[in-house]
Design a binder for this molecule. Structure first.
Ligand SMILES: [Zn+2]
Length: 117
């Protein structure tokens, strides 16, 4: 029973990826997929890290420190959903541009791997 539930959960996660979040004091040794790591002191974290949702396997790191530019903000809602603002636009690699709102990826433009180039 547990195994079937696990398979279904994985399948749904694959269809509709939804980010979880977890706090980490230090940069984690491995980044699990669909997980946003909130790194640093819980009350004043300085970095977000997560795997790019496009499937390129690159780790995206977003600075949370207001003194640095650019910087991002995150918000935890409904107890377990995470939103990040502003949008995330990779200037290298896959060049994905997306939002994370209520743990869901909202693509600002089509994924590069589906284009002809
Ligand atoms: Zn990517």
């Amino acid at each position: 029973m547990g195994k079937i539930k696990e398979i279904i959960t994985k399948f749904v996660a694959w269809l509709l990826p939804e980010y979880k979040y977890r706090y980490a004091e230090d940069f984690p040794e491995s980044i699990k997929e669909n997980t946003v790591y909130i790194i640093g002191d819980k009350r004043s974290p300085w970095l977000l890290a997560f795997e790019c949702p496009c499937g390129c396997k690159q780790i995206i790191q977003l600075n949370l420190l207001k003194e640095a530019d650019p910087n991002w903000k995150f918000k935890v809602t409904n107890g377990n959903k995470i939103s990040i603002s502003p949008s995330i636009w990779r200037t290298t690699g896959c060049k994905s541009h997306f939002f994370i709102r209520n743990s869901k990826v909202d693509w600002a433009r089509s994924r590069k791997r589906f284009s002809n180039k």
